[in-house]
Design a protein around this ligand. Structure first.
Ligand code: ADP
Length: 306
């Protein structure tokens, strides 16, 4: 089983002719509503690939809460440990997309900001049993720390969104940053070449490492694929991206993390799991949107056998 501790946001998406500057009002298109939030996306990614995903999180007591709970359940995510929070709004993301497809996003965390260490303690049974516990950074650090402490399996931490000063959990078996998040964690400029990525990722490993001593680091590199560093390995392993025709890379990272958790929970070694997750993420880039774009298992197998 996979435990995902994290955020649920209702995404409100509109098109704009251009992004407004301070003080400016622009007219947008009709608003579309989609279930989102990094935690929810990763749990749905895992469930859609056949993983048994259970969620620990908070929604408010509004209509958006029903939308988020319904969407997670429809996708086969176990919602037993998602708490409704009286008086709080459900998290929302306000997303404006300009004609070149660039987003500007405001996240209003709402109930996500109230996820506590106590909430994770209440889910202790689930966290102890889980083969993989998946964490991100859209909920308070204290919740992540407690979840990592209670986890009986592997702790996979996706340090997203990048937040300088955010405290990584005390125990991380597998850290999965993208290039920007890697730069934030190491306090360096964004690494470009594979050598620069490797050098930065190494700083996060082992006792005393900036990543809390991560056992392994998997850096996602968008269209450049994945770079893998395992504790025992001396050399980094680069897995090139699968050749697809991407139309929208929204949630590629979430797709990758959910799929990685599924493969690891099934007992596959990290290298195999990273390749499999890279295929799942590649599939997700060929469709628009976040959750609607997430891959099904047969699509991943088909891409791998091509
Ligand atoms: P994030 O969304 O967190 O920034 P990335 O952009 O690094 O994450 O994407 C995550 C993974 O998705 C990549 O490591 C890769 O496996 C896959 N991916 C992303 N963009 C592409 C692409 N253009 N072609 C193929 N695979 C891609």
């Amino acid at each position: 089983m996979i435990a995902v501790v994290g955020s649920l946001n209702l995404d409100l998406v509109t098109s704009v002719p251009h992004h407004p500057v301070p003080g400016e009002t622009v007219l947008g298109g009709d608003i579309a509503q989609h279930p989102g939030g990094k935690g929810a996306n990763q749990a749905v990614a895992a469930a859609r690939l056949g993983g048994h995903a259970a969620f620990v999180g908070r929604v408010g007591d509004d209509d958006a809460a029903d939308v988020m709970l319904g969407a997670a359940r429809d996708q086969g995510v176990d919602t037993t440990h998602i708490r409704r929070t009286p008086g709080a709004p459900t998290g929302r993301a306000l997303i404006a997309v300009n004609p070149s497809g660039e987003n500007s996003i405001i996240v209003s965390p709402g109930a996500n900001a109230l996820l506590s260490a106590a909430d994770c303690s209440e889910a202790a049974g689930l966290l102890r049993e889980a083969r993989v516990t998946v964490l991100q950074q859209e909920v308070p650090d204290e919740a992540n720390h407690e979840a990592a402490r209670l986890s009986g399996g592997l702790v996979l931490h996706n340090p997203a969104p990048a937040a300088a000063g955010s405290q990584l959990p005390p125990r991380v078996d597998l850290l999965v940053p993208n290039r920007t998040e890697l730069a934030t964690l190491t306090g360096t400029s964004v690494p470009e070449t594979l050598d620069e990525v490797t050098a930065a990722a190494r700083k996060l490993m082992g006792p005393g490492g900036a990543g809390g001593g991560a056992g392994a680091v998997v850096v996602t590199l968008g269209g450049d694929g994945v770079l893998l560093l395992e504790g025992a390995r001396t050399a980094a392993l680069h897995i090139p991206a699968f050749p697809v025709h991407p139309v929208d890379t929204t949630a590629a990272g979430d797709s990758f993390c959910g799929a990685l958790a599924v493969a690891l929970a099934e007992g596959h070694p990290l290298e195999h799991a990273a390749r499999w997750a890279s295929a799942a993420a590649a599939v997700s880039t060929t469709r628009a949107g976040a959750q609607p774009s997430l891959a099904h298992r047969d699509e991943v197998e088909a891409l791998l056998s091509r």
